[in-house]
Design a protein around this ligand. Structure first.
Ligand code: ZN
Length: 242
């Protein structure tokens, strides 16, 4: 038995063509994460309003490794998809939606075992309009009292608004750097008012957030330098031609 579908309805259900400023791209997460780190690496350069933002992260156990623990709060849903894991708290092929407030660590059962690993994609999305609130929260390792709650608006500036944001910055990572640096800055920020425990600094270097933020600045500066050099040469050629 077949059911005829009304052509008009079929057209209504058609997925719209991609926006001109977001041409379709294809990325293999395993190839992409070869140069990644614990930080979420956006897989596509589309992070402005109304974008879906799939990002990858890669973890591997290491003797004496400290990954630390923090909590991430996001007003929009995130979907986590495990592309491969061993000795982790997540299963290969597992897919789930995160709670608005969720804990983040290495997700490895024993982060010091070099056999343990995890490759995961976390897809966030950017609201079509208005502010999007995210927060990074650090808690006391002993009694779980909140040591710091660092809130930020995760809605990035529209592309092209600033002369040097051709390669977009994933605002979640800038927020994470700022939160961790604030925690690490003074002992008093890590002293628990509830139980008196002096918490260790957060291992910021291991997560690669800062490197990502700095390299975003560097590639945009480099692009600007190339444009300036080209303008100079072309300008000189034009002047010489007359
Ligand atoms: Zn405490």
């Amino acid at each position: 038995m077949t059911t005829l579908i009304q052509p008009a309805r079929e057209i209504q259900r058609r997925i719209p063509l991609p926006r001109e400023d977001r041409p379709p791209l294809k990325v293999n997460i395993f190839e992409k994460m070869q140069a990644g780190n614990c930080q979420l690496i956006p897989m596509f350069p589309y992070e402005d309003a109304d974008s879906l933002v799939p990002a990858g992260a890669i973890f591997r156990g290491e003797p004496d490794a400290e990954f630390g623990q923090f909590f991430h709060f996001n007003t929009v849903d995130e979907v986590a998809q495990v592309f491969g894991a061993s000795g982790a708290l997540l299963q290969t092929g597992q897919i789930y939606a995160t709670q608005p407030l969720h804990g983040v660590n290495s997700f490895l059962k024993d982060p010091r075992n070099p056999d343990n690993f995890l490759v995961i994609a976390v897809t966030q999305h950017q609201r079509a309009a208005g502010p999007q609130n995210e927060a990074v929260i650090f808690r006391c390792a002993k009694c779980h009292e909140v040591l710091e709650r660092y809130e930020y608006d995760a809605q990035p500036a529209p592309r092209g608004m600033h002369p040097r944001n051709g390669v977009p910055l994933f605002t979640t990572l800038q927020g994470s750097v700022d939160a961790a640096e604030t925690l690490n800055e003074h002992e008093t920020n890590r002293h628990c008012a509830n139980c008196g425990h002096d918490n260790p600094t957060f291992p910021l270097e291991r997560w690669g957030w800062k490197q990502y933020v700095q390299q975003t600045r560097t590639v945009n500066d480099a692009r600007h330098a190339l444009d300036a050099a080209a303008a100079e040469v072309l300008g000189a050629a034009e002047a010489g031609g007359h």
